[in-house]
Design a protein around this ligand. Structure first.
Ligand code: ARG
Length: 556
């Protein structure tokens, strides 16, 4: 359809690759391109639309494609497609593993973890994990070679603090003989971190340990490794629950290992400026509309910074994968920082491929402020998951007897769908009750739709005639045809919410179909057509849910 429109536009002298988009009005689809052309053509949009529609009607294939094409002022082209067009394209969709989406072939790194070792995961780690994993899955579906990296904060102050704690608690034990537990870790970090705020002497000691650790002190390294293994094991456990996986468990410590190679290279580019003994790269540009401080890569005392480790990480990724693109799914409040790092990577000729920061908004409590526990601390991610599970179990009597495995799938669906239906840049209020309902725009609603339809399907029917039976049937079929564009758009913009919103819209029309069309007492052809449409519907629901990291329970 887009090709046909393109031909007509071009023949009329308009140089454009027109997009056909879904329509929320009475039409199936619409084309809004005439608005873009109006200015240059010195014509009102509807005049161009009139020309296009008139010319389209002269096409020999018009009837094959369309039932009706009309102009709506001030310049929309409304499209109702023919039944044959719908059925032909549904048949194509049934056989298409790509669901109508186009293929891509890039090497893309996604950086979507960022937890700090020695501290448990908290609410702030929820969004990068589920948004990042969804972006990873979507781009992988499109055919790209994907590399996911957790990028742990594993060599910062907190590590020095915990090592200080161990040295004080086990003064007479050889470092290799020290045995620590997760409980010990969870107590020690907050304890020493609080102590550092009160006691300057301890703070200085911890800072010194951190610096020596970064420089490779062998004793500290032994303790560091113990902390790392213990803490990362626990972090993995929570990520596993959320079905979030990383190809690389690298951290800032891996970036530090690049510095011996990277620094001489940067020095050669003549872009480092000494500023009070510190090393900085100026990244300001004349047309900036914001204040941008220089990117500091080494402090006057020789210490490295957050930005140095991100540059080291880019260095390593270029060496290992030569990626076309590196995508960062990190809190939106770090956006200025990423402008600094990206420009520094460019200026220093470390990397000239694409760098994208997709900064997400905050998860808020009922007061619309970033989520906190009652005592004002940040809520542990594990506790948040537990809360959701409890709320869901208590929602209805029958939930209490649900299989554990199914419960966990539903908890995942509740949390992920709640998050992923928002444009990732927006903040949202975490309302467990609302998110757990089986009605409304929720994960459970989509799952329920799938399961209810699944019960009707006797066999995977794959035959489809050219008949469309009623409005509810037509609405579902037209909706199914949108799927390829939805995936493409979500991939292009790195915005999983297009898929989440489509899942909801598809579920609504599928439920309408269910209400309007009973599957018993039908003649064979109608029944087979209905089953084909419904099994395609469910195939699409399942694939798209999985792209969002949501899996279907056996029953609910
Ligand atoms: N560890 C960092 C933090 O706690 C987040 C890391 C994000 N990723 C990155 N490549 N900078 O803020």
């Amino acid at each position: 359809m887009e090709e046909l429109f393109e031909k007509v536009f071009n023949e009329l002298g308009y140089d454009i690759k027109p997009k056909i988009i879904k329509s929320n009005k009475d039409a199936d689809f619409q084309c809004d391109e005439c608005f873009k052309l109006a200015k240059e053509a010195h014509k009102a949009p509807f005049m161009i639309a009139d020309e296009v529609v008139a010319k389209l009607k002269e096409e020999s294939s018009f009837d094959e494609y369309f039932k009706e094409v009309s102009v709506a002022k001030p310049g929309f082209i409304n499209i109702k497609v023919s039944d044959k067009y719908i059925c032909d394209n549904l048949r194509k969709l049934i056989d298409d593993d790509m669901l109508g989406a186009t293929k891509e072939n890039e090497t893309i790194v996604v950086d979507y973890g960022g937890p700090n070792v020695a501290k448990p995961l908290h609410v702030g780690h929820l969004r990068p994990a589920i948004i990042g994993q969804a972006i990873y899955n979507i781009l992988k579906f499109k055919g790209n070679r994907m590399i996911g990296d957790v990028h742990l904060g594993d060599i910062g102050t907190q590590m020095g603090q915990v090592i200080y704690g161990i040295l004080t608690d086990f003064p007479d034990t050889k470092p290799e003989d020290v045995v620590i537990t997760l409980d010990y870790l969870n107590e020690t970090y907050p304890k020493i971190s609080a102590l550092c705020k009160e006691d300057e002497e301890v703070r200085v000691k911890c800072a010194k340990i951190t610096k020596d650790l970064q420089d490779g002190d062998p004793i500290y390294r032994i303790l560091w490794k113990k902390i790392w293994d213990l803490s990362v094991g626990d972090i993995k456990r929570i990520y596993d629950y959320l079905d979030v996986h990383f190809d690389l468990w690298y951290g800032e410590s891996h970036a530090y290992a690049q510095f011996d190679e990277m620094f001489p290279f940067i020095e050669k580019q003549n872009i480092i400026r000494e500023d009070d003994g510190a090393k900085v790269i100026d990244v300001k540009q004349d047309d900036d509309k914001f204040e941008l401080p220089p990117c500091m890569i080494q402090k006057s005392d020789g210490a490295y910074l957050y930005a140095t480790s991100d540059l080291g990480t880019i260095w390593q990724r270029v060496k290992d994968f030569n990626p076309d693109d590196i995508i960062y799914v990190v809190d939106g409040r770090q956006s200025l920082y990423f402008v600094q790092v990206f420009r520094a990577a460019n200026k220093s000729n470390i990397y000239h491929g694409k760098l994208e920061h997709h900064g997400f908004g905050t998860v808020n409590g009922a007061d619309n402020k970033p989520f906190k526990t009652r005592s004002g601390g940040s809520l542990k991610l594990e506790d948040l998951i537990k809360q959701v599970k409890e709320e869901f179990i208590n929602l209805r009597e029958e939930n209490k007897s649900m299989a554990e495995e199914d419960l966990d799938k539903i908890v995942n669906a509740i949390i992920k769908f709640a998050d992923l239906q928002n444009d990732l840049t927006r903040n949202y209020i975490f309302d467990i009750k609302k998110f757990s309902e089986v009605a409304g725009k929720t994960g459970p609603y989509i799952l329920y739709t799938y399961l209810r339809i699944n019960k009707l399907l006797s066999q995977n029917s794959l035959k489809l005639s050219d008949t469309i039976y009623n409005e509810a049937d037509r609405a579902l079929r037209v909706k199914l045809l949108e799927v390829g564009n939805v995936i493409d758009q979500a991939a292009l913009e790195r915005r999983p919410h297009y898929i989440a919103n489509y899942l909801y819209e598809l579920s609504v029309v599928a439920n309408n179909f269910y209400q309007a069309n009973r599957l018993n007492d039908l003649d064979e052809q109608t029944k087979s057509d209905y089953e084909t449409v419904l099994s395609l519907n469910n195939k699409i629901l399942k694939i798209l849910l999985e792209l969002l990291g949501i899996h279907i329970p056996k029953a609910m």
